[in-house]
Design a protein around this ligand. Structure first.
Ligand code: PLP
Length: 224
């Protein structure tokens, strides 16, 4: 019954240990609870333990959960592939999008972001391994896209997101962190978010400079 609370504590302890291990402050790292396929009861349980940021991948499932959990002060993050014709509900119901890959989608999100809400926080998803089959923008194309997104007033470009090959994620984490540093130095950007690390590799991601880890299984158990 208290499994999720216990798991959350374990994950927060892992974050703290990883931060201390590389001379960083644990407060500099945000835990995003990835709740795709998990029930609203599970989300409410994590919320009761103090967790506030939750990530979802599938829009229809997410919208139903968001509606059901309206009374809770949850910050919702969208992580999944974005279809152009689904940008409006994403712009209306989420605080963050981590999976931005195309300028046309950014423009649609920008147009659809309600004036009553703060600008939508976005990260560019980077294909750090360079595998053609994977989603994300190639490293060499990130700077140009970042400069264009930066012009959109209803979006706030916060940083980069990556899902490296789990067999050997460290080089990709390092490459994405280096790219973000370079963008800030040479492109007049103020990116403050590196969205890297999941249940199995959050420790390595933090060592590479991650500021936001996206954790599902280690909090909620296996997906349904
Ligand atoms: C599902 C998912 C996660 C969480 O993965 P776990 O291995 O369960 O921690 C993180 N990020 C993204 C983009 C995901 O789709």
């Amino acid at each position: 019954m208290h499994k999720i609370a216990h798991n959350l504590t374990q994950v927060l302890n892992r974050i703290q240990a990883a931060a201390i291990g590389c001379g960083r402050k644990a407060q500099a790292i945000t835990l995003l609870a990835v709740s795709k396929t998990q029930s609203t009861a599970a989300i409410a349980e994590a919320y009761a333990s103090g967790q506030r940021a939750f990530g979802e991948n599938y829009l229809q499932e997410a919208l139903e959960k968001i509606a059901e959990l309206t009374p809770l002060a949850i910050e919702w993050h969208f992580l999944g592939p974005i279809q152009s014709n689904k940008t409006k509900p994403i712009a209306e119901h989420f605080s963050w999008v981590h999976s931005l890959e195309r300028l046309s989608v950014a423009q649609r999100l920008n147009s659809a972001r309600p004036a009553s809400l703060a600008p939508l926080n976005v990260c560019i998803q980077v294909n750090a391994d360079g595998e053609a089959s994977k989603s994300g923008v190639n490293l060499a194309e990130v700077a140009a896209l970042a400069e264009q997104i930066q012009q959109l007033p209803r979006l706030k470009l916060r940083g980069l997101m990556a899902i490296p090959n789990p067999a050997d994620p460290a080089p990709a984490f390092a490459a994405v962190a280096a790219l973000q540093y370079q963008l800030n130095q040479t492109h007049n950007l103020q990116l403050d978010t590196l969205s890297m690390g999941m249940s199995d590799d959050l420790d390595l991601a933090i060592a590479a400079g991650s500021t936001l880890v996206r954790v599902g299984t280690a909090i909620f158990g296996p997906r349904h």
